[in-house]
Ligand binder design. Structure first.
Ligand SMILES: [Zn+2]
Ligand SMILES: [Zn+2]
Length: 144
């Protein structure tokens, strides 16, 4: 019976990370301020599933939510930011809680990992951006 070996290859689909993606490597340290005695688990060790990879590709193809909100022309490609809101006690956010951000509004000076001045200007938090993105998506698909 050689069919057992064949069925094993169906499991553990881990999607390779396209080199064009900008990793959200800064997540964790900036947002979470743990007590000195606390050691947080590292999110980097969690491999993405195929569905998560596909969702990230969809997000990376969307315009920056902050550029959009500020009516700005987006100047750099979209990267995927892992939201810290909703990460819960595990301090490990879901691969589905992500936002499309240009370089400046992600890791740039005015970005979420910077001084957040663009975010304050737009009067938006991560959750607001997620809601905006869902709304835009529904509009685009003709649901609302
Ligand atoms: Zn932007
Ligand atoms: Zn990020």
């Amino acid at each position: 019976m050689s069919s057992i070996a064949a069925s094993k290859t169906q499991q553990s689909k881990v999607c390779p990370r396209p080199s064009s993606w900008v990793a959200c490597s800064a997540s964790g340290d900036i947002h979470a301020k743990p007590a000195p005695s606390q050691v947080l688990p590292k999110r980097a060790s969690t491999a993405k599933t195929t569905a998560e990879c596909e969702y990230h590709a969809v997000i990376a193809a969307r315009p920056c939510v902050i550029c959009n909100a500020l009516g700005m022309q987006q100047e750099t490609p979209t990267s995927v930011h892992h939201m810290r809101s909703g990460a819960g006690l595990s301090q490990r956010s879901s691969h589905f809680l992500v936002l499309p951000l240009c370089y400046e509004h992600h890791q740039g000076k005015s970005g979420i990992h910077g001084n957040r001045s663009a975010w304050r200007l737009a009067k938006l938090e991560e959750m607001d951006c997620l809601a905006l993105m869902i709304e835009q998506n529904l509009l685009e698909q003709g649901y609302v």
